[in-house]
Design a protein around this ligand. Sequence first.
Ligand SMILES: [Zn+2]
Length: 89
Amino acid sequence: MSAALGEAPDDGPPLGRELGVVTALPTAGGEVRFDSNPDPHHHLLCTRCGRLEDVPLESLPVAPRADVEESFQIEGFRVVAEGLCGSCR
Ligand SMILES: [Zn+2]
């Protein structure tokens, strides 16, 4: 019997990216969206029409504080900015 079945490599990338599949993206309202963009990016979520837009990381610069990184090894994170899209404003 193979013990390796289903085992993830210890130092591999996040599972969703590794498999090239959609990533579940929970939103503040408890809803879960699915994200098929494998590149690192953040999101803009319209709270009126529900539109979810991808934006490059540079558009929403976010950096963890040093004390967080000391206590937790961050391998990736996503930011969802909530507000009103161009059509709903
Ligand atoms: Zn909208």
